[in-house]
Design a protein around this ligand. Structure first.
Ligand code: SF4
Length: 486
């Protein structure tokens, strides 16, 4: 089912491992949930950097020929959902440049809130941008003499970036891993077979048998070479006002991952238990709306004592529903992806646990399907507060007008969704379920309080609208599958 909120990006890097490309492939595969539009990898033999990118899932983006081409000891990779910049080959990361600073490749998870202003400044001074992604601004800054001449050019550039960014930069002799001063997105360091790895989520470590070492700290740059890693800071503690994205715990991250110091599954279970305390319901069966809400449904069941069961089957073998040509076929595809189990729900009073409600259209479809399968009552419990504000830090929520909770009361939403009762988790309740200090989390999409200053005029396609259109970039043919590479 096409999600109402798109995931953004997943990063993976590995230094000095004989099977770096294969490891990077698996590390991206494990983080497929963070981006399904495109994937890319760059690797280096210590002299030059090679690049391969492709559209679609990791398994579609690369073939054996790509992995052979990338067979070097150090690699970075990226799974993409576009938070700025259209989903094109040109915008697929990692980006690679060759210039006065040598070769460098970069990939990014997050959103720069000052990218638009910085890009305009460079364009006024004659710089040409190839992509419509905010990430390209960083490359222009790296070759800018104002920064390149400083003792630590990378740190100098990082101090000028505002917003949400985890970055991996690949140079012929190293990887630089960077996390913004707020630690808005997760980034962790691990080790496997004596080599160091870095990934957005620790689920990538599990799949390759890597051990977790520690998180990259907010405001930190970690330089990883074949000799090990060393750390420096571009922002010191007083400037590092933590603002971890709480939505990572609610929805985005894989339940097996540890992020922001704790396990995602355990947080979701606590969210479900807290929801049961705040919003009890009379029911015969607790079911989850697949797939993210399963952990919260388990927590709700444990706290309420109401039996938990399966309400839907999920068909994992169907492609993305939005590529189907007509609305009616799309609707049928959605139905096939998530089919209610009549034998489980028929005649029952259901307590349905959902992780979040965004537009409401998808949730309404699921509630409708449960009614058709014979549900007697539906009590919808949402394991997060109402989403009322857009995200400017890399999550592609729809506009405020499209967020159902921004314009309707809870009872109006209940009627729209066609359920017998509806309750959301409170913001206090949500924050009681994470172990960190509550002021260390971003909750802006619920509260409207943005911890990092924003540009309210920012829109995802800002660079498309302003891009010069002298030419349409053509994909470069390459051996194997005709994808982009260099
Ligand atoms: S606004 Fe919401 S989705 Fe965006 S970073 Fe903050 S908590 Fe996460």
């Amino acid at each position: 089912m096409q999600p109402e909120v798109r995931h953004y990006c997943g990063l993976f890097g590995i230094v000095h491992h004989p099977q770096a490309a294969q490891m990077a492939y698996l590390g991206l595969y494990a983080q497929q949930h963070r981006g399904q539009e495109a994937a890319g990898m760059c690797s280096t033999d210590g002299r030059t950097i090679r690049r391969r990118t492709g559209q679609g899932l990791v398994s579609q983006a690369f073939n054996d020929g790509d992995l052979e081409y990338l067979a070097n000891e150090t690699a970075i990779g990226h799974t993409r959902y576009s938070t700025t910049g259209a989903p094109t080959d040109t915008n697929t990361q990692p980006f690679k440049v060759t210039g006065a600073i040598g070769e460098v490749a970069i990939c990014h998870n997050g959103n720069l809130v000052n990218a638009s202003a910085t890009r305009s400044e460079y364009e006024r001074n004659g710089s040409i941008f190839v992509t419509t992604s905010d990430t390209e601004v960083i490359l222009h800054m790296l070759v800018d003499r104002r920064f390149a001449d400083q003792p630590d050019p990378l740190a100098a550039v990082m101090r000028q970036l505002h917003g949400s960014f985890c970055l991996l930069l690949l140079y012929p002799d190293r990887i630089e891993a960077v996390r913004d001063a707020a630690g808005n997105r997760p980034l962790s360091l691990g080790t496997v077979d004596g080599a160091y790895v870095v990934a957005s989520e620790t689920c990538a470590f599990d799949i390759i048998g890597a051990e977790f070492v520690r998180e990259v700290e907010p405001g930190e740059i970690v330089t990883i070479t074949k000799h090990g890693f060393r750390s420096r800071r571009f922002a010191e503690e007083p400037q590092c006002r933590r603002a971890h994205c709480i939505f990572e715990h609610i929805y985005f991250a894989d339940p097996s991952s540890n992020i922001f110091g704790e396990n995602v599954h355990l947080v979701r279970r606590r969210l479900g238990a807290q929801l049961a305390r705040e919003a009890p319901a009379e029911g015969d069966l607790v079911i989850a709306v697949p797939n993210c809400a399963r952990c919260a449904a388990l927590g709700y069941h444990e706290e309420s004592g109401i039996p938990v069961g399966r309400g839907f089957t999920t068909n994992h073998y169907i492609g993305r529903s939005f590529i189907q040509p007509s609305q009616s076929i799309r609707d049928l595809t959605v139905r096939m992806k998530l089919n209610p189990i009549r034998g489980s729900v028929d005649g029952k009073r259901l307590v349905v646990v959902e992780d979040s409600v965004v537009r409401g259209t998808t949730t309404r479809g699921k509630m409708d399907a449960l009614r058709r399968a014979g549900a007697r009552e539906i009590h919808l419990r949402v394991a997060s507060p109402p989403i009322m504000h857009p995200c400017y830090y890399g999550i592609d929520f729809p506009s405020r007008d499209e967020l159902i909770a921004s314009k309707r009361t809870v009872d109006e939403i209940r009627k729209y969704l066609g359920v017998d009762s509806l309750a959301y988790l409170s913001q206090d309740g949500m924050l009681s379920c994470v172990q960190g200090k509550r002021e260390h989390y971003c909750t802006a999409c619920f509260s409207g309080q943005y911890p990092i200053p924003i540009d309210p005029s920012f829109q995802k396609d800002v660079f498309e609208r302003n891009q010069l259109r002298f030419f349409e970039p053509q994909p470069q043919p390459q051996p194997g599958n005709g994808k982009n590479g260099a």
